[in-house]
Design a protein around this ligand. Structure first.
Ligand code: SF4
Length: 395
């Protein structure tokens, strides 16, 4: 391995990967490729080798399960069938099509990259690594996946799935994300890549990780390359990769104001990206404000007092002194290491406050705008609260 030098020799000595070489490597490649070609799942992005389709699927699949991605992928491609169509679309429309998938910066970067591709590459996805890496939202893994599958370029992919397979095959212990260990894994991925079929090879490694060599209970009896697996031979496959140190969970408390007028309409504030169009009323923590959202604040003490003061300061109608704030339970939402709890407050008003950049939409139909799952949950809670209150008054 070439990453070891006199400065990191001690760390290097702790990293050991058993490699498959020579004639065994040829058999290993053949068995894995044969298995993939026979048993691969029929996924919509595998029907063609269009770089746009592969790119879109790879971006959607980040942090998201295949089954959840498929309907989004098909709808998105139906609406934006080409890089040109994506580049020319309104961002609000793109976010609406992405709504519910989460991690919305992916959608924004997708469009920025599409615009760069149109401006610099005549609308064709670039086939060279450096040009692909220069596009927003495209890192080593995504670039290697697109270039190998669409153009048969010899770049090996390495993500968490593939790293797990490599760690088991080579009986690699320790934290795989540690920089030097990750570099060693990349080197072994490069060494195994089939130069004749890099696209299928990368997909075969991903497929093995997704279907048989899964995080829990790998199905070694069905594995096409079990005879080469050191982790299995040593009886440690299930313990690999070793657990990483977990980042401590950060608790975040929010209070959201759900205004409703007599026509059942509510007020939503725009995403922070549109900040220049937004009034100072937008005090939403960035974590939950990258799409349309209810006026929301961070709280650490009494949420009612803090929300009253926030509304008094930002919404002029509150000066009438009749502000009624009613808490209707908490909503929980997890974003990576952050555990978010939101207390929705329903506020009935004759007329919704006028706030620059804000929009008034029916509370039942907030998804006409791009909103996050968190905002949907808040709206749902407010609707349930309203129907309970209506029933009580009707009794
Ligand atoms: Fe993974 Fe088991 Fe195959 Fe080894 S034998 S690569 S642990 S499925």
């Amino acid at each position: 391995m070439t990453f070891c030098n006199k400065d990191n020799l001690a760390v290097c000595a702790k990293i050991s990967i058993t490699m498959i070489r020579g004639r065994e490597l040829a058999i290993f490649r053949k068995q894995l490729l044969d298995w993939f070609r026979q048993f691969r799942r029929d996924l919509p992005w595998r029907h063609a080798r269009d770089p746009y389709h592969i790119w879109l699927s790879e971006i959607m699949l980040q942090q998201t399960r295949v089954a959840a991605v498929i309907p989004y992928y098909e709808r998105f491609l139906g609406r934006f069938p080409s890089i040109q169509a994506l580049a020319a679309a309104r961002q609000e429309e793109i976010l609406r099509m992405w709504s519910g998938l989460g991690y919305y910066s992916r959608a924004r970067n997708l469009q920025k990259a599409a615009q760069q591709i149109v401006a610099k590459h005549g609308g064709d996805f670039p086939s060279e690594m450096q040009e692909a890496l220069a596009l927003p939202g495209i890192g080593n893994y995504t670039a290697a996946a697109i270039l190998s599958i669409a153009f048969e370029k010899k770049h090996a992919v390495l993500d968490g799935n593939v790293a797990r397979v490599l760690a088991r095959l080579g009986a690699v212990r320790g934290d795989l994300r540690e920089s030097l260990r990750w570099k060693h894994l990349q080197q072994s991925a490069d060494a195994y890549l089939d130069p004749e079929s890099p696209g299928d090879w990368n997909q075969a490694m991903m497929e093995l990780g997704a279907t048989l060599c899964t995080p829990k209970s790998p199905q070694c009896l069905l594995c096409p390359v079990a005879q080469f697996c050191q982790g299995r031979k040593l009886g440690i496959a299930e313990t690999l990769p070793e657990a990483r140190k977990k980042r401590e969970t950060v608790q975040i408390r929010l209070a959201a104001a759900v205004f409703t007028d007599e026509n059942g309409r509510t007020l939503l504030l725009p995403p922070h990206d549109d900040r220049d169009k937004v009034s100072p009323a937008d005090d939403m923590p960035r974590l939950a404000s990258n799409l349309w959202h209810f006026p929301t604040i961070l709280v650490n003490g009494n949420p009612t007092t803090k929300l009253r003061s926030y509304l008094r300061n930002h919404f002029e109608y509150t000066h009438n002194g009749n502000l009624r704030v009613v808490a209707k339970g908490k909503i929980r939402h997890t974003v990576t290491y952050r555990a978010v709890s939101v207390e929705p407050f329903r506020i009935h008003v004759k007329e919704l406050p006028r706030i620059g950049g804000a929009k008034c939409v029916p509370l039942q139909e907030i998804t006409v705008l791009p909103v996050s799952n968190l905002t949907r949950k808040v709206a749902q809670a407010a609707l349930v609260a309203a129907s309970v209150s209506t029933r009580k008054h009707g009794e």
